[in-house]
Design a protein around this ligand. Structure first.
Ligand code: NAD
Length: 498
């Protein structure tokens, strides 16, 4: 399906695809699929002002009613799942199953948020003073700014949006400049959900189209109390500092450098499947992609041989074809970064298998690659960096403590896994002295999280948490209230004054 047909199917105006000077291209073949007009500084300022007004109304709507709006939006996502998936495929290059999987993730978070809208629980706390009540309440926060990356062009916004809306906030979304059509489609469906919902104020959710300058403007604006930013560590370092400078809150979801440890007792069928999916799925362009493996030396040759066989049989090509498992990289820059990483690995003594550009004759303007395996020997310095492409560094280890130490010896701390059938090894990996990541799995790969758990990572991954568990608290302000229902005025800690 091309962009015009997708817009038609979603009931959108296809004229919106043309007329601007910002070209949007498809990574499938490099063709320009839209020319958009971006927001200038005045438009951004006006949208933030409108968001402040929308928030003032929306926070007064009871939370379960706010949940009802999210329920309607989720219904539209269900109805248009295949079309939205096709748009993700067209604009981000994901294979069909992963495009539709991303939409399913949006549906799941909407369901979660609807339930949550009746469970924004505070606490009552025992007061130390007689005839006093002490309690904690969660209130709406204000306009929430969402800055998102290209590789989850819809789901990342929805993780934030579904929670932020039931929490009583308005939304300002600055999507990746590489995937604005996905954002325009989501915004359209959200407005449809709002259409006959009287309590929803105009401007409850708005898009800010533009590059990093627009993201920086949002990050600097004191009217936006929370910025949830997903992208590279370099972006988060800048956005986090800018938001902190004005005492705003931020949720940072940044790069990962995720690893799997394969222990001697591992079920190798499971381990190899999980490694291949984690390393080459979405062409290695997931924050949770598997980038390093540490395999016990007793099984290392067998594991690497099986990986090489699996890699040699990977169907690489047009992501719209049902048989394809590896689609394109997002752009030429991603290819250059992959080539540079492999060159550096070779110079550091790594043995590289794969990594070549393929299908260049058919699509000179698109960037498909044979995923690469790099056998590390001892260590490869640049394996500590996240290269956003299918590059998998393979290392061998002798002792589990050594494997865990090397696993943790990178700046990022997002997702991690161990494959073992030895309960002691599994528990050591999950213990305080084990994996230092926000996500730690046993016999489950690093990539592909469920929405029910809190999602995010430590260290240079930014420390933010989104999605399930109690991540909703990040979108609200906590108020501690003490109520005195006596005729005395006892002070806390027994202090006497006068
Ligand atoms: P990116 O950092 O280039 O861009 C992400 C977003 O930030 C874009 O909207 C961009 O316009 C904006 N941006 C960039 N610099 C900015 C600045 N200085 N100020 C304000 N906004 C700025 O990332 P990308 O290439 O789109 O995405 C890939 C990266 O995102 C990878 O590092 C990946 O690991 C990470 N990611 C992390 C998660 C997570 O949940 N931890 C999820 C998806 C992607």
């Amino acid at each position: 399906m091309d962009a015009a047909r997708i817009f038609d199917t979603l009931g959108m105006d296809r004229a919106a695809l043309d007329g601007g000077d910002w070209p949007v291209s498809s990574p499938i073949d490099g063709a320009v699929i839209a020319r958009l007009t971006l927001d200038d500084a005045a438009a951004v300022d006006a949208k933030i002002a409108r968001s402040v007004e929308a928030f003032a109304q929306w926070r007064r709507v009871p939370a379960p009613r706010r949940g009802e709006l999210v329920r309607r939006f989720g219904g539209l996502l269900r109805r248009h799942k295949a079309t939205l998936g096709a748009l993700i495929t067209l604009e981000a290059g994901k294979i069909v199953a992963e495009g539709e999987g991303e939409v399913q993730e949006m549906i799941d978070i909407c369901d979660f948020a609807v339930g949550l809208s009746r469970q924004l629980y505070g606490r009552t706390i025992a007061s130390e003073r007689p005839d006093h009540a002490l309690r904690e309440t969660w209130h709406p926060l204000g306009p929430v700014g969402v800055i998102s990356a290209f590789n989850f062009p819809m789901a990342v916004w929805s993780w934030n949006a579904a929670l932020a809306i039931v929490c009583g906030n308005s939304l300002l979304w600055k999507p990746s400049e590489k995937t604005p059509l996905c954002a325009i489609a989501c915004q359209h469906l959200f407005e449809q959900a709002m259409a006959d919902f009287d309590e929803a104020p105009e401007g409850l959710s708005q898009l800010l189209l533009g590059g990093r300058e627009v993201g920086m403007t949002l990050a600097d604006d004191v009217r936006v109390p929370l910025i949830s930013a997903t992208g590279s560590c370099a972006m988060g370092r800048q956005v986090g500092a800018r938001v902190a400078q004005r005492f705003g809150k931020s949720i940072l979801e940044l790069g990962g450098n995720n690893a799997i440890i394969v222990a001697p007792s591992a079920n190798l069928d499971l381990a190899v499947r999980a490694i291949v999916f984690g390393a080459v799925g979405t062409a290695g362009q997931r924050c949770t992609s598997t980038r390093r493996i540490f395999v016990h030396q007793s099984i290392y040759p067998a594991v690497v041989e099986r990986l090489q066989q699996a890699y040699a049989a990977l169907p690489i090509g047009d992501p719209r074809e049902p048989s394809t498992l590896v689609g394109p990289l997002i752009d030429a820059r991603a290819l250059t970064q992959m080539e540079d990483a492999l060159q550096a690995a070779r110079e550091q003594g790594g043995k590289v298998v794969g990594g070549e550009r393929v299908l260049a004759d058919r699509w000179p303007g698109a960037y498909y690659v044979q995923p690469a395996l790099v056998e590390g020997g001892g260590a490869i310095d640049n394996s500590v960096e996240e290269t956003f492409a299918p590059v998998l560094y393979c290392f061998r280890y002798d002792a589990l403590d050594e494997a865990i130490a090397r696993h943790n010896a990178v700046p990022q701390g997002l997702s991690s896994a161990i494959f073992t059938t030895d309960v002691r090894e599994a528990e050591r990996f999950l213990a305080a002295t084990g994996s230092d990541c926000g996500i730690a799995n046993v016999n489950v790969g690093t990539s592909g999280a469920e929405i029910g758990g809190a999602f995010g990572g430590e260290k240079a991954t930014g420390g933010g948490r989104e999605s399930g568990s109690d991540a909703w608290r990040g979108y609200m302000r906590r108020q501690t209230a003490t109520v005195n229902y006596s005729d005395e005025l006892p002070l806390a800690q027994g202090v006497r004054f006068g």
